[in-house]
Design a protein around this ligand. Structure first.
Ligand SMILES: *Cc1c(COP(=O)(O)O)cnc(C)c1O
Length: 217
């Protein structure tokens, strides 16, 4: 069943679009089912839940942390996390760098942009994000690698609005690329699109979708 749903999602993705199977709130057995069907990249949004799953499930799973991460939790996931998707401050970036260094690792991260017209969504406003990049301290953080951007669109049925937000995300990515990462081929991830909107996201330039309920529910 999960294998069928996973296949359906995968078949609808264009070549080169990465699928993060968002397994938060779903039991270990369900993750194992998706794993057995070939999925290797999973997303979780709570450190404790992730810890339990990481310990119970195969070691070649690449775990992405997709939720809001408190700085005091970074140390727990730093030894094994493949990507931290929702970096929303320089302070968090510094702490990830510090913990990555302790573990002799370089951790991939995405900068989370707040583009939704909702006060509840997290992330940096584009101007804050550009300011942080302009300020330049991130360049000295050798144990984090900024791979791109992540965002969540407004929770609405208004497709036009979602499309505008996705397009804005792509535009932000492009200007960041041009201004700060022109020589960095690794800055290439545009993470947006969830179960309800990943096809639209894909049309609007996403190359990294985070799909949960369509696979696991
Ligand atoms: C839960 C979650 C998703 C997946 O949402 P679905 O609607 O279940 O596909 C994607 N991204 C983030 C940040 C999430 O918290």
């Amino acid at each position: 069943m999960i294998a069928d749903k996973l296949k359906k999602v995968k078949d609808s993705l264009a070549a080169g679009v990465e699928l993060v199977a968002v397994s938060k709130y779903h039991p270990i057995e369900s993750v194992q089912e998706a794993y057995d069907a070939g999925q290797r990249v999973f997303g979780e949004s709570r450190e404790q839940e992730l810890r339990v799953k990481h310990e119970a499930l195969p070691g070649d799973i690449r775990w992405h942390f997709i939720g809001h991460l408190q700085t005091n939790k970074v140390k727990y996931i730093a030894p094994y996390i493949a990507m931290i998707e929702a970096v929303d401050s320089l302070k968090l970036l510094q702490e990830i760098n510090r913990q990555a260094e302790k573990n002799n690792r370089v951790i991939d991260v995405l900068l989370e942009l707040h583009l939704a017209q909702e006060s509840t969504k997290s992330g940096m406003l584009p101007e804050e994000c550009f300011q942080m990049l302009q300020q330049g301290e991130w360049r000295s953080l050798k144990n984090v690698r900024i791979r791109g951007i992540m965002m969540m669109a407004s929770n609405t049925d208004d497709t036009e609005r979602i499309k505008q937000e996705f397009t804005r995300a792509r535009d932000c990515f492009e200007s960041m690329k041009q201004q700060f990462f022109a020589d960095d081929d690794n800055f290439n991830v545009r993470s947006y699109g969830m179960s309800g909107d990943y096809l639209l996201a894909q049309e609007c330039g996403s190359n990294h979708v985070r799909v949960g309920s369509m696979i696991f529910s």
